[in-house]
Write a protein that binds this ligand. Structure first.
Ligand code: MRU
Length: 347
């Protein structure tokens, strides 16, 4: 297996502290922030200091490890009640990426199974499980990269959206994991990244991480996708996902649906790369996926519009649902799947 070393670390657990690369500060500043209070980690998930479905799952697992240390020291017998409350608060930090709730439920399930043990022992299990979730994510990204790289031909143009890279996971990323694996195994590819309005994960994060890792990338504004594809410059689109329903309907960063529709029009294959933790057994189809709406301040500063009579409203969904019939395949840790394979593989 190809070893890919990238020049930054998104999430690290060190001496019972969580260290996050501050994604709000990129690309201007490479800054690492330290957390010892789980409530502050919830804040970091909400304000996108850490973002991307797998990364917020790992951060949530470590947030529970921080909560565990706090409650163990200060309360003793109230441990279970306080952990339950903390786990609910953490799981509610953002609604769309299912990896967040998945990681929290994995840890709360473990706490329940071991409820007869002393809290000190459970605390050790919680931290161990969080580390396992992180390590597993690294391996899942590697597998996705290997499977996906097989789809990329030498000379291909590949378009991605948002950031589904190392900044969005504990490993090399999902969509970008495919791109890194193809590029570092010697394939010559032209990489395009959409800017990803409103908070510019593509412009600030994807092009930074690819270029910092030694790859060339071309940035486009989101409204240039049709022009780029009509010019024949893209052979494959690869994006990540925040939640995939059993029928293959996929929630991902707002604008993904536009790209899928345009890709269909120009006959360009459109792939979704995601680990098993992003598939939601409880979601039958896209209607079961909750969409996060974020503050209009991400789009416009209303204070700049002084002295006008009318009201300026903002519509700001952070994600959209791409129906499965627009998706050519799912690049997963279990191989390349069609929508019809999902139930058999993940339920
Ligand atoms: O709002 P964000 O930045 O958390 O949205 C991230 C995305 O939409 C990613 O494409 C998705 O989480 C997959 S990350 C491997």
């Amino acid at each position: 297996m190809l070893t890919i070393d990238l020049p930054f670390r998104t999430i690290e657990w060190k001496d019972r502290r969580l260290i996050l690369l501050n994604q709000q500060a990129l690309p201007e500043k490479l800054e690492y922030l330290e957390y010892t209070d789980y409530r502050k980690v919830i804040g970091a998930i909400k304000d996108l200091t850490v973002r991307g479905a797998p990364a917020i799952g790992v951060a949530a697992a470590y947030a529970l490890s921080l909560a565990s240390a706090e409650f163990l020291e200060s309360v003793g017998k109230g441990y279970f009640k306080l952990m339950k409350k903390a786990s609910e608060e953490i799981a509610d930090a953002r609604p769309t990426a299912v990896n967040l709730r998945w990681a929290v439920e994995r840890i709360t399930g473990l706490i329940k199974e071991n409820a007869d043990k002393p809290a000190e022992e459970i605390d050790k299990l919680v931290v161990r499980e969080a580390k396992t979730i992180e390590r597993e994510d690294v391996e899942l990204c590697q597998k996705i990269g290997e499977y996906g790289a097989g789809l990329i031909n030498n000379g291909d143009g590949v378009l991605t959206h948002c950031n589904a890279g190392a900044l969005a996971t504990a490993g090399i990323g999902t969509a970008l994991g495919v791109i890194y694996t193809a590029a570092f195994s010697g394939k010559n590819i032209r990489i395009y990244s959409g800017e990803t309005r409103p908070v510019d994960q593509g412009r600030r994060l994807t092009v930074w991480e690819l270029a910092a890792s030694g790859l060339d990338v071309a940035l486009i504004c989101d409204n240039m996708v049709a022009s780029l594809l009509s010019a024949g410059k893209v052979d494959k689109v690869i994006v990540g996902a925040d939640r995939i329903a059993l029928n293959g309907d996929t929630a991902n960063k707002i604008g993904t649906l536009n790209i899928a529709i345009i890709a269909k029009n120009y006959g360009v294959p459109f792939y979704v790369a995601a680990p098993y933790s992003t598939f939601d057994k409880r979601a039958k189809d896209g209607n079961d996926i909750p969409i996060e709406f974020r503050s209009g301040k991400e789009i416009v500063n209303k204070e700049k519009y002084e002295g006008i009579k009318g009201r300026i409203d903002v519509y700001n969904p952070a994600f959209d649902i791409t129906p499965s019939d627009l998706i050519s395949g799912f690049i997963t840790d279990k191989g390349i799947l069609n929508a019809g394979d999902i139930s058999a593989k993940f339920v």
